[in-house]
Write a new protein. Structure first.
Length: 410
């Protein structure tokens, strides 16, 4: 980390000498070697280097546009017959995009297969990591807790639980110094977060700031700007050994829902951040180095705006597809259960005969007949190539989640 980048008296924090333990080979034997360097300790919130008046003046148009896009999305969602049908596809997409920023990739098809049969995917650890994100997100949405230390630890436990790594401690704040960039090499790290002794104090402050009651007073930043500040602070603290980026992005949607700006979890920043990954990292660093809050908040608010617009497009595509699939199964003049199964596929685009049998209380033969009809009309395909324990997926829903489906125009 370059000490000269951090302007004393301007940077919203201070540099502090810290020690990083690295393992190096000495005569062929691993040896722990301490390296001393600088770490960045962010100031407590609220930020003193940016004012509500400055944000409202500099970013008036961007904030108004984002608020308008959120309102339009909320209006569209409120008119849907069952907006919860969209939550599954949206959380799947978010898990894929947020994990991709960390160079962990899994397709919607792999995730769907994994949920039904872990043995149906070849690289289970990789896919488990992305599925874990979706499960952690769903836990956060179901939780009654506000954004707080306890929720962060619960989410982290689900995010990294079951992964085959010895260097992570799910559900625990880090107790050693870490570094960001440079393959965790302290000597060439892009950014070094605060030593572990600061974490509890800074997290307590972040928790207090995040849960401040909303106010229209002149001192209070607009909500979207406050979310941008909270996200920066979490990333600057970097309280865990691993998973900080994913958890930080996950918290954004939880805070949007908690604030009441949206009532359904349909807006996620990861798509925009993944598309502008280098800019994302540069702007976070610029806040730490020279308190460039305005550029960071502009980027964050633009991400909310663009993703809210994309969410409306994706929602319309999914709902159009739902109507098409329902029309196909109606032509079969078969059991009304077919329509129920179609809707369940939007929550999770994979299914087995036994799942249908247990859910609807019917015989294996009847459940198999329903699957056969869905295969005949192209709703399902068999994805494992196995004769037993077969898993079926909905390819068109998967394509829609991955953005590969085009809307049919009238």
């Amino acid at each position: 980390m370059r000490k000269e980048d951090f302007r004393e008296g301007v940077s919203p924090g201070k540099l502090e000498v810290t020690e990083f333990i690295t393992t190096r080979l000495k005569r062929g034997i691993p040896e722990a070697t301490p390296i001393r360097g600088w770490a960045f300790v962010p100031d407590e919130l609220p930020p003193s280097k940016v004012t509500s008046r400055e944000v409202k003046t500099e970013l008036f148009d961007e904030i108004q546009s984002a608020e308008r896009s959120l309102a339009l999305l909320e209006g569209s969602a409120s008119r849907l017959p069952n907006p919860y049908l969209l939550i599954g596809p949206f959380t799947t997409r978010e898990a894929m995009l947020s994990s991709a920023i960390e160079n962990t990739f899994a397709s919607a098809r792999e995730m769907a297969l994994f949920e039904m049969s872990e043995s149906a995917v070849s690289e289970r650890d990789r896919v488990r990591e992305v599925v874990n994100y979706q499960r952690a997100l769903q836990h956060g949405l179901d939780s009654q807790l506000p954004t707080c230390r306890r929720l962060m630890l619960e989410l982290h436990r689900r995010l990294l639980g079951g992964l085959n790594r010895t260097s992570i401690h799910p559900g625990m704040f880090r107790t050693t110094q870490n570094a960001i960039g440079g393959d965790n090499d302290f000597a060439i790290a892009r950014f070094v977060p605060p030593p572990p002794g600061h974490i509890n104090r800074l997290i307590s402050n972040l928790e207090k700031y995040t849960n401040m009651s909303c106010s229209d007073s002149a001192e209070q930043l607009p909500l979207l700007a406050r979310l941008a500040v909270s996200h920066y602070q979490f990333e600057a603290i970097h309280p865990f050994d691993d998973g900080n980026g994913r958890l930080g992005r996950l918290l954004v949607v939880l805070q949007l829902c908690e604030s009441g700006r949206v009532t359904k979890p349909l807006v996620y920043v990861s798509g925009y951040f993944e598309k502008h990954r280098e800019r994302y990292y540069q702007l976070l660093y610029a806040v730490s180095a020279e308190a460039d809050w305005i550029s960071w908040i502009r980027f964050f608010v633009t991400a909310i705006d663009e993703q809210a617009k994309d969410a409306r497009t994706l929602a319309e595509s999914l709902l159009q597809l739902r109507e098409e699939l329902h029309a196909r199964v109606r032509q079969k003049r078969a059991s009304a259960l077919l329509s129920d199964i179609v809707d369940s596929l939007f929550r999770r685009p994979s299914i087995t005969v036994s799942v249908i049998q247990k859910k609807h209380g019917i015989s294996p033969t009847a459940a198999g007949n329903l699957v056969d009809k869905l295969v005949e009309c192209g709703v399902l395909i068999e994805a494992t190539g196995r004769k037993k324990d077969r898993v079926f997926v909905a390819p068109e829903i998967i394509d829609a989640i991955e953005g590969k489906r085009r809307m049919h125009q009238d």
